[in-house]
Design a protein around this ligand. Structure first.
Ligand code: ATP
Length: 365
């Protein structure tokens, strides 16, 4: 298996700069997610690591070896595409065995290997079936089988579940993760779905407009976003942003929004000017006695919780509270924020200021 490292990798298509200067490391055995909106450069990054696209500049290392000049065929990586194309005229077993037979492996060894892979994927009983009549899930398993059978250094998957309906997608994502845990193979997975990335990934890199905004383990990124973009892209509803202007000194542990003072984690960076206080909906508490006020403009029932939208002097705030709390549209109430979980952003650059709470997680330099 493999550790993959990319350093200052850039990709231009003519005058268009698709990937700016990406640097991150995928550790051996990790399930690593490349996450971001459409067009942010995820697929291009994956294709450069696979050797299907040449970087304009920068280096790519697989297990410490610089592979910039190595063609895809020599990087020993298996690609699983969204449109898991199978050979329609071959049965399941033949589809899986094809990569080995075309490498010239003896037939007996191929049979043994295909049997092992079918066992792992739970498709032993359909090895003789034509692929034409298979369900979407079985087709996906056969495509995976064809990738696994080669024992590649790493698996690259580009939105492999994108074409599936929601329920089936969830089932397959659990299966993929379980398969990864059994095999411990380095896997790089492209998705635009933040929930999928958080559910499946050991680590996530979040990209936007060709720039790596942040990478790290899902919970750290969710709790301590390095930028407003990341704070917005992860979580549903996304983080609340309350704009204010003023000053946050280093060592400061409170800020004022209007006349109300809010406790925040102790700051390391200081900043002056336009700032934004970020707080997740689940860390907003409604308390009639709180000084900071909001008017309820909408409630959205979600079963055990509800999302309450409140208009405040600094903008709209969404709170996730228990459905058992009685809240009516039009009422005014007080808001408290959990002081330990607040991030202060520079409103101009969108970057999080460093605080005692997030300093270990931020990696934007
Ligand atoms: P999506 O999920 O929509 O595929 P993505 O994040 O994977 O998005 P990429 O496919 O990497 O994005 O594309 C990044 C940008 O580079 C896009 O604006 C795309 O139009 C552009 N691009 C990709 N390949 C080429 C190419 N061969 N020639 C010119 N532009 C390209």
């Amino acid at each position: 298996m493999a550790q993959i490292r990319i350093e200052h990798v850039r990709k231009d298509f003519g005058s268009f700069n698709a990937v700016k200067s990406s640097t991150f490391t995928i550790e051996d055995g990790e399930f690593f997610m490349l996450l971001g909106p459409s067009g942010c450069g995820k697929t291009t990054t994956l294709r450069m690591m696979a050797g299907l696209e040449l970087p304009t500049s920068g280096e790519i290392y697989i297990d410490g070896e610089e592979v910039g000049m190595k063609p895809a065929s020599q990087r020993d990586i298996a690609f699983v595409f969204q449109m898991f194309a199978l050979y329609p005229h071959m049965n399941v077993g033949k589809n899986i065995s094809y990569p080995l037979l075309s490498q010239g492996m003896p037939k007996a060894a191929v049979k043994k290997k295909v049997g092992e892979v079918a066992e792992i994927l739970g498709i032993t009983d359909i090895l003789k079936r034509p692929v034409g009549g298979l369900s979407g899930g079985d087709r996906q398993r056969v495509a995976l089988g064809r990738a696994i059978v080669r024992d590649p250094k790493a698996f690259f998957m580009d939105e492999p579940l994108g074409a599936l309906d929601a329920e089936f997608r969830e089932h397959m994502s659990e299966e993929l993760r379980a398969l990864h845990d059994r095999m411990n193979a380095t896997t790089v997975y492209v998705t635009h779905d933040q929930l999928e990335a958080m559910q499946m990934g050991d680590k996530i890199v979040v990209m936007n407009h060709g720039v790596v905004e942040q990478f790290g383990v899902p919970q750290q990124i969710y709790d301590w976003p390095a930028t407003k973009f990341v704070a917005q892209f992860l979580g549903s509803p996304s983080m609340n942003f309350l704009d204010f202007s003023g000053m946050v000194g280093s060592n400061a542990n409170q800020v004022s929004l209007g006349d109300t003072l809010f406790q925040i984690p102790k700051q390391i960076d200081g900043a002056v000017g336009n700032l934004t206080l970020g707080v997740r909906p689940e860390h907003v508490k409604l308390n009639d006695n709180a000084e900071y006020r909001g008017r309820v403009v909408a409630t959205e029932y979600l079963g055990t919780t509800q999302i309450v939208s409140l208009a405040t002097a600094n903008g709209m705030v969404k709170a996730r509270v228990a459905s058992t709390e009685k809240i009516s549209v039009g009422q005014t109430t007080g808001l408290n924020f959990d002081a330990r979980t607040i991030t202060i952003f520079d409103a101009e650059t969108g970057r999080a200021l460093k605080s005692q709470a997030n300093e270990k997680v931020l990696n934007h330099g």
